[in-house]
Design a protein around this ligand. Structure first.
Ligand code: G3P
Length: 217
């Protein structure tokens, strides 16, 4: 499973990238706001060291304007995936931009039918939002499973990019179901390394080691 980092925080991306944890990056208008950076500048900086797909999102609502924005974003670097919303105009944009050879990430997906029609429009990635479905007492992971079944039934090549990941358990569950990619905030990726018994075991080892009076270095 590929790990994308869901942030526009360059320092956080770099830290995970240096550990080989970053297969790609996703951003959105809210994450650009949080970064306090200019979208073109920060996306260019991310693409200077991340070689996998870097999603940059359009903000227009009509296909013609989305296509123009998408082309401008795609010109930042060859590894840009233009992110478009799952609307009719977004699907038109997806069809045009993938036809021009660009990667397209169709975002704000909340149903299996939306994922089906995005695949028909040639999406490179589909982004179902797990956490936001859980927020309204629907099961985000069921959606990932449904999309996996549909894409496998018909051999769609669109990659399932599980988004709105809020916990380490979400990552594990997506891996079990067979999502192609998870995009998670840096703190969730770091949390994958944590276990209370690891901390407890290490504490005991340190206490016992101190009693030996030995040193390795
Ligand atoms: O990639 C989409 C993601 O950023 C949305 O996450 O936590 O805002 O629902 P969240």
């Amino acid at each position: 499973m590929k790990f994308f980092v869901d942030t526009a925080d360059v320092d956080a991306i770099r830290e995970l990238h240096d550990l080989g944890m970053v297969d790609g990056v996703t951003t959105n208008p809210s994450l650009i706001l949080k970064s306090g950076r200019d979208i073109i500048e920060v996306t260019k900086e991310i693409c200077s060291f991340v070689k996998g797909p870097v999603s940059a999102e359009v903000v227009a609502l009509t296909a013609d304007e989305m296509i123009a924005e998408g082309r401008k974003l795609a010109a930042i670097a060859p590894n840009i995936a233009v992110k478009v919303p799952l609307t009719w105009d977004g699907l038109k944009t997806c069809k045009v931009l993938t036809g021009e050879g660009f990667m397209v990430n169709v975002t704000l997906c909340f149903s299996a039918n939306q994922a089906l029609i995005a695949a028909k429009a040639g999406a490179t990635f589909i982004s179902p939002f797990i956490g936001r479905l859980d927020d309204i007492n629907l099961d985000g992971l069921d959606l990932i499973g449904d999309i996996r079944t549909i894409y496998d039934n018909y051999d769609f090549q669109t990659q399932i990019l599980a988004a709105s990941i809020r916990s380490a358990n979400h990552v594990k569950d997506c891996a079990m179901i067979g999502a192609d990619v998870v995009t998670a905030p840096p703190n969730v990726i770091k949390a994958l390394a944590s276990h209370v018994l690891t901390d407890k075991g290490l504490e005991q080892f340190m206490k016992d080691w101190a009693k030996t009076g030995q040193k390795i270095l």
